[in-house]
Design a protein around this ligand. Structure first.
Ligand code: SF4
Ligand code: SF4
Length: 432
C-alpha cells in the first residue's frame, strides 16, 4: 500500500509513490502553455487573492491562500519547463513535489477550491488562479489522487457517457418524467432544430426543471429533442482534471447536435456545464464550436425579450445568488436580472453580487465530495448572512448545483429558506 493510501487520503490504481509523483509532474505540465507559465512566474505576493477566497476568509487558514494551492504546479514548472530548468535541477534550487505533498494538496486542490475565479478577478497581476487549479488537478488525476466520490463519478461517466445513467435508459427516464409532470419530452428524434441537455440531477431529483424546460419549448412550438447519444451536460471531467473525459463528454453534445441538424444546444441550469461546454468546446474543435451553445438563462432572456413567451408578474422581493461559472466566468450577469425583472421581482442585491459574488461553496465538484462538507458549511454561512441581510422574501438562482449546495447548507443549519430556480419560476408563471 502506498504512503498516500495508508495516510487515509484517497488514491486510485496500483501505482507506487514514485510513479505517482512522475505522473503528476507530467500531468501538471501537459497543457500549461506560455500563458500559464507566465502566470506562475508573475505573483508579487500581495495577498489580494487570499482576501477574495471564501475558504480563506471563512477559516483564516493560510493554507487556503489561492496562490499557495499552485505550489506543486509552480515547482514542477520551475524544475521541468522553465527557461532555467536544467540549472534549477542541477543546483537543487527547487525541490520536486514529493508524495506527501501531493497527498496534502489533494485537499487544497479539490476540497477547498470551487474553481470560482473570485481570486482571479482580484489578482492585480491578472493571474488566472482558477484555471491553473484546474491544470493542477490534471496532475493529481494522472497520479490517481482524486477524492474517492469524484473518482467514482469519473468511472461512471467514462463507461456511460454520463454520471447519471447509460444513454440507453434515457428514453425510459424521460417517459417517466413526462408522465409525472404531464408534458411531452421528445427523445431521439432524427431531425430537430434544438438539442436540449440535462444536468445529472435533473434526471433524478430535480426532474421538475427538465419538465419545465419542455413546457416552455413546447409552448413556443420549437422543434426540439433530447438524445441518448448526447444528453448529459456533464462537467465531471472538467472538475476532476480528466481532460480526455471532458473532451469526450463535450464532443458527444456537439456531435449529436450536428448529426440531427440542430443549430442550437441548450445547456441546463448548471454552472460548470456552461464552462465545460460553452467555453471549453472551442479547445476541442480548434475554433468556435460549429453549433450555438446557450445556457438556459440566456435562452429564457431571449424568449422574453422577443415576446415569444410572456410571464405573469410576481409581487415580491427577491435576492439572487450569482452562479460563478455563469456570471463571473461566463458573462451572464445581466440576463438573469432581466428575467427577474420580467417576473416582476423587486431585486435586493446581496452585499457581494454579480462579478464579485461569493460562490455557494459547492462548485468544482466540492458538493459531490463528502469529505469537504464541514468546509463547505463554513462557506454556506457567509452566503446565509448575506441573504438574511437583504431581508428579501425569495432566494433565486440559475444553477442546479448551487441550488443543491444551498439546500444542503440550509438543511444543516436548520434555516427555513427555499432556494428557487429561475427556470421553474418562468415556467410556473407563463402567461397565456
Ligand atoms: S477559484 Fe475560488 S475557491 Fe478556488 S482559490 Fe480562487 S477564490 Fe478560492
Ligand atoms: S493576488 Fe495575484 S499577485 Fe497577489 S498574491 Fe495572489 S496570485 Fe500573487
Amino acid at each position: 500500500m502506498s504512503a498516500v493510501a495508508a495516510a487515509g487520503f484517497d488514491a486510485q490504481g496500483e501505482l507506487g509513490d514514485d510513479a505517482r509523483v512522475a505522473a503528476a509532474m507530467r500531468g501538471f505540465l501537459r497543457d500549461l502553455g506560455a500563458t500559464g507559465a507566465l502566470h506562475l512566474d508573475a505573483c508579487v505576493r500581495c495577498g489580494q487573492c487570499a482576501k477574495a477566497c471564501h475558504f480563506h476568509t471563512t477559516t483564516g487558514e493560510a493554507k487556503y491562500t489561492p496562490i499557495y494551492k499552485l505550489e506543486p504546479l509552480r515547482r514542477a514548472w520551475l524544475r521541468e519547463a522553465s527557461p532555467f530548468a536544467p540549472l534549477v535541477r542541477a543546483l537543487g534550487w527547487v525541490k520536486p513535489p514529493g508524495i506527501d505533498e501531493l497527498h496534502e494538496w489533494q485537499e487544497l486542490l479539490y476540497d477547498s477550491c470551487t474553481l470560482c475565479g473570485r481570486c482571479t478577478l482580484a489578482c492585480p497581476m491578472g493571474i488566472d488562479i482558477a484555471e491553473l487549479v484546474k491544470q493542477a488537478r490534471h496532475g493529481l488525476f494522472e497520479a490517481g489522487l482524486v477524492p474517492a466520490r469524484l473518482a467514482l463519478m469519473d468511472r461512471a461517466a467514462r463507461q456511460w457517457g454520463s454520471t447519471a445513467t447509460p444513454g440507453e435508459d434515457l428514453p425510459d427516464i424521460l417517459a417517466e418524467v413526462a408522465a409525472e409532470h404531464g408534458v411531452e419530452i421528445p427523445c431521439d428524434l432524427e431531425r430537430a432544430d434544438i438539442l436540449v441537455t440535462a444536468a445529472p440531477a435533473e434526471l433524478s431529483d430535480h426532474t421538475k426543471s427538465l419538465a419545465d424546460a419542455a413546457k416552455i419549448l413546447n409552448r413556443i412550438g420549437a422543434r426540439w429533442t433530447m438524445h441518448r447519444e448526447g444528453f448529459d451536460a456533464s462537467n465531471i471531467g472538467y472538475n476532476n482534471g480528466d481532460i480526455a473525459l471532458q473532451e469526450k463528454l463535450t464532443r458527444a453534445l456537439v456531435d449529436t447536435a450536428l448529426k440531427i441538424g440542430a443549430k442550437t444546444v441548450i445547456l441546463p441550469e448548471c454552472g460548470h456545464a456552461y464552462g465545460a461546454a460553452r467555453w471549453e468546446a472551442a479547445r476541442w474543435y480548434g475554433k468556435a464550436p460549429p453549433v450555438r451553445i446557450v445556457h438556459m438563462t440566456e435562452y429564457l432572456d431571449e424568449l422574453i425579450a422577443s415576446g415569444r413567451i410572456r410571464v405573469k408578474p410576481i409581487a415580491a422581493t427577491a435576492t439572487f445568488h450569482d452562479p460563478c461559472q455563469i456570471v463571473r466566468r461566463g458573462g451572464l450577469e445581466a440576463a438573469a436580472r432581466r428575467v427577474l425583472a420580467a417576473l416582476g421581482f423587486e431585486l435586493i442585491e446581496l452585499a457581494d453580487h454579480g462579478l464579485t459574488g461569493y460562490c455557494c461553496g459547492g462548485g468544482g465538484g466540492v458538493v459531490s465530495n463528502p469529505r469537504a462538507a464541514p468546509l463547505r458549511q463554513k462557506v454556506f454561512e457567509l452566503k446565509r448572512e448575506q441573504v438574511q441581510a437583504t431581508g428579501a422574501k425569495r432566494l433565486v438562482t440559475s444553477c442546479g448545483q448551487c441550488r443543491i449546495t444551498l439546500e444542503m447548507g440550509a438543511r444543516q443549519a436548520q434555516w427555513d429558506k427555499p432556494v428557487e430556480s429561475l427556470l421553474e419560476l418562468v415556467a410556473d408563471n407563463l402567461a397565456d
